[in-house]
Design a binder for this molecule. Structure first.
Ligand SMILES: C[S@@+](CC[C@H](N)C(=O)[O-])C[C@H]1O[C@@H](n2cnc3c(N)ncnc32)[C@H](O)[C@@H]1O
Length: 205
């Protein structure tokens, strides 16, 4: 079973790298904020020469060196420390998405790549709630049950779900400009796992 859980996560990381990889900087150091199991960071290390630093509010890693734990407020690095930054399926869990987006803008001098599920209408909202439960709390319980992770306080209780328009407004309010946006629809389910490449307004103008 551990093997199966690992295969699922590796497969997911490969699929995510397929979307994210082409938007990463060519060299340097990037941050993965809310790095989770560590599979995404490892997949990037395997396919590029980038140095990837992981940060999270809880240690959920079972692949790679693991994250620097921070309280979810200030990322403990200087301004512009990174050449790029990943925020993959994190914004729904944080107290203040605005504060986290402002913080990632502060620490990245390159692209901020966000992948975030969005919904349309009541059906999409219902589907997204179920998806979050399965890929969040249930997946964590299974990982702990299988012994892949030690018992850990669950950081995966969603505080909100976003529509695409709400995300656009959040980015704008945090001083981030959408340079590219690539939806990935779950057909018939009114849910999309949108990818955004963002740049700080200050870097563009
Ligand atoms: C659904 S998991 C996604 C993990 C990984 N990014 C991925 O896509 O595989 C959400 C991650 O966000 C982290 N997280 C929760 N609250 C956070 C916060 N305030 N700041 C940063 N990360 C947070 C969780 O600990 C968890 O690792």
């Amino acid at each position: 079973m551990k093997w199966l859980a690992d295969r699922i996560m590796v497969h997911r990381a490969i699929a995510l790298f397929d979307r994210v990889g082409r938007h990463l900087p060519g060299s340097g150091t990037i941050a993965d904020i809310g790095s989770g199991t560590g599979h995404n960071a490892e997949e990037i290390r395997r396919n590029t020469t980038l140095s990837v630093r992981e940060f999270d509010v809880a240690d959920l890693h079972w692949m790679g060196p693991g994250p620097v734990i921070f309280a979810g407020g200030r990322v403990p690095v200087d301004d512009g420390a990174f050449d790029g930054l990943l925020l993959l399926f994190v914004l729904q869990y944080v107290d203040s998405p605005h504060a986290l987006l402002s913080e990632v803008r502060r620490v990245s001098r390159g692209p901020v790549i966000v992948v975030q599920s969005i919904y349309r209408g009541w059906w999409g909202r219902t589907v997204l709630g179920l998806r979050e439960f399965v890929w969040g709390r249930l997946a964590l319980r299974v990982a702990v049950g299988l012994g892949v992770l030690p018992p850990v306080e669950c950081p995966l209780s969603p505080r909100r779900y976003f529509t695409r328009l709400e995300l656009h407004r959040l980015f704008e309010a945090a001083g981030l400009v959408i340079v590219k946006s690539e939806p990935a629809e779950w057909f018939g389910l009114c849910v999309s796992r949108d990818l955004f490449v963002l740049e700080s307004k200050a870097n563009l103008f």
